[in-house]
Design a protein around this ligand. Structure first.
Ligand SMILES: [Ca+2]
Ligand SMILES: [Ca+2]
Ligand SMILES: [Ca+2]
Ligand SMILES: [Ca+2]
Length: 586
């Protein structure tokens, strides 16, 4: 871009004389760049939304990621004649075309063409994949088209076939798009990316241009709405996304759904090449508590690649939640939480960790850094393993603990949490641990270890049934080695549980379920007798973790004839502690 001292001075003068449009945009731009710099190595803004390559089984026949400036086989045209066209951005390693002149503070009216080298499309067809994004998080309404020259000429007039027309960006996120090139099977073509029909935004970025050849038929099951954690539903609708990675359009495709061995199917009426369609399976019975194994699959006789025909997932149907910490209430950790820092590191992002706290509540209101969570909200718990560059390597790995208050469990409890790695280039490691005594780190045993947590929100669970009837602390131990930031939210206990009333019970009083009291008869139809002294309260808890009956007082008999048949847990509170006993109502 042309830039002289005089022009710079004029630009400055315009800002100072109150051209608010330019001034605001410049400020927005600075904020945008600051946001990029906020991330580890300053590149997250451009990379955080990148997905894994779509076509792992097909053959790449053209690929350009702009790690280096494009070679002379590429063409650039400034069709509007303003002196600006596509240029190479060596910092972000992609191509950019501007609709706003950042030095002169004036709008541009681009009609800028970036033209690929000649590419020969195989007779079996091909697909174009590319990444694109806006340079400004607020001024993102860039518009572009993708055109094809079927003759392979680099003359603009030869690009008379549009394969995408006037697509307008809707955010600054890095997006990927795929377009079929099957129309040009067997021909040698050039592709043009045309930035046009927009003005006064900032810049359109373009990266990761690839052309892949295709099999004749290749269907892949690529996604589902089934999540690892569910709530009871006797008539659930679950879905499978099926992608046509082949050259041929497929009609009346049968998609199968196997839930714990029961198979149903659904039909996708038409699925063109390079498109994705969703098959819906309705009336699926997920009403019982416990784990369901669900397998979606296609079985087309001509499918060239059977490794992507099946998607298997599990979901665990949990009882209702009795405790939830969503961190929305305050910018301090919720009451009763404790933290511990047992590494020698100093969090690099000192603005967020002013006293090098182990974990903080991060409020996203003024930042908009967070991916949208499952339950909304703007506050999460956050820890960092990116330590000050002056720290020696012995500072690593992180060892930072977030510990819940003491929780009094009943039976059938699960711990559920949401988590993600803030920078998907730096995936985080952590453990879920439990203590039945105190918050000393030596008191905790490991329930789960998560390596490389995903770069998008995940909802996960661990089974706490081995701790039925006990008072426990649950800890998230952050153990990443020089990554970035781990975010957690919506810590929950499924099934009946309460905060331990006056701190943990005296050691030795909590017992494994039913080991220290006798209840008779069992099974029972009406009156039961609880053989325990100094009873304060008897509660009957159903299989969903709900309290079905409560009897306060010292009586050691109770009439359960009103209960439906089934398995229940008696929770007996005495002056000496709490005991659990499983009973059957006939
Ligand atoms: Ca690149
Ligand atoms: Ca131009
Ligand atoms: Ca397949
Ligand atoms: Ca939250």
């Amino acid at each position: 871009m042309a830039k002289t001292l005089q022009i710079l001075f004029l630009g400055l003068a315009i800002v100072l004389s109150g051209s608010t449009m330019a001034q605001n945009k410049k400020l927005q731009r600075d904020a945008s760049m600051e946001r990029a710099a906020m991330t580890k190595k300053g590149v997250k803004k451009m990379k955080k939304h990148k997905k894994a390559p779509l076509f792992t089984k097909t053959t790449s026949i053209f690929s350009e990621d702009f790690t280096n400036a494009p070679d002379t086989a590429w063409r650039y045209y400034d069709n509007d004649g303003d002196g600006y066209t596509w240029e190479y951005d060596s910092y972000y390693e992609n191509m950019v075309s501007y609709s706003y002149d950042d030095y002169n503070y004036e709008a541009l009216y681009p009609d800028n063409w970036l033209i690929t080298p000649q590419i020969t499309i195989p007779a079996s067809g091909a697909v174009l994949s590319y990444g694109y994004f806006a340079y400004d998080e607020d001024y993102y309404s860039e518009v572009y088209s993708v055109m094809v020259s079927p003759s392979g000429s680099d003359n603009i007039d030869s690009f008379y076939v549009p394969i995408l027309s006037n697509d307008m960006l809707t955010s600054d996120a890095y997006m990927t798009n795929t377009l079929s090139l099957n129309l040009f099977a067997g021909q040698t073509v050039r592709l043009a990316f045309v930035h046009h029909n927009c003005s006064d935004e900032w810049g359109l970025g373009l990266d990761d241009i690839e052309v892949y050849s295709l099999d004749s038929v290749d269907l892949a099951v690529t996604g589902t709405n089934v999540r690892p954690v569910s709530q009871s539903n006797a008539s659930a609708t679950i879905t499978a996304d099926v992608e046509n990675l082949g050259f041929a359009a497929i009609n009346n495709l049968t998609v199968y759904c196997d839930v714990n061995g029961t198979v149903t199917n659904a039909t996708i009426a038409s699925l063109p090449s390079m498109q994705t369609a969703t098959a819906s399976f309705t009336g699926i019975n997920l009403s019982n508590l416990g784990t369901y194994n669900i397998k979606f699959y296609v079985a087309h006789p001509d499918d060239a690649d059977n490794t992507n025909d099946t998607l298997s997932v599990t979901t665990t149907v949990l009882p209702a939640y009795s405790l939830t910490w969503d961190f929305e209430g305050d910018t301090n950790l919720p009451a009763g939480f404790t933290t511990g820092r047992y590494d020698n590191g100093t969090a690099y992002s000192t603005g967020f960790f002013p006293n090098n706290e182990a974990w903080v509540v991060f409020d996203d209101t003024d930042y908009d850094y967070l991916e949208p969570g499952f339950e909304g909200g703007v506050r999460v718990a956050m820890a960092e393993s990116w330590f000050d560059e002056n720290d020696s390597k012995t500072a690593y790995p992180a060892n930072r603990w977030l510990i819940t208050p003491s929780i009094r469990l009943t039976t059938g409890n699960y711990f559920v949490w949401d988590a993600y790695s803030m920078d998907s280039e730096y995936l985080e490691d952590y453990k879920i641990r439990i203590s039945t005594t105190n918050t000393d780190t030596a008191s905790f045993t490991t329930l789960a270890t998560i390596i490389d947590e995903e770069g998008t929100w995940q909802r996960r669970l661990v089974d706490l049934s081995a701790y039925a009837g006990q008072d426990v602390y649950i800890a998230i131990q952050y153990i990443s080695d020089d990554m970035f930031r781990l975010l957690v939210d919506n810590l929950k206990i499924a099934g009946l549980a309460t905060l331990t009333p006056d701190g943990p019970e005296p050691e030795g009083l909590e017992t494994a379920a039913g080991s220290d009291i006798n209840v008779y008869p069992n099974p029972a139809t009406g009156m039961i007798t609880v053989a325990a002294a100094n009873i304060i309260r008897i509660e009957v808890i159903d299989a969903m973790g709900r309290v079905a009956m409560t009897q306060n007082g010292s009586a050691n008999t109770m009439n359960i004839s009103a209960l439906a048949e089934g398995v229940y847990t008696l929770r007996v509170t005495t002056e000496n502690g709490v005991s659990m006993k499983r009973i059957v109502k006939k």
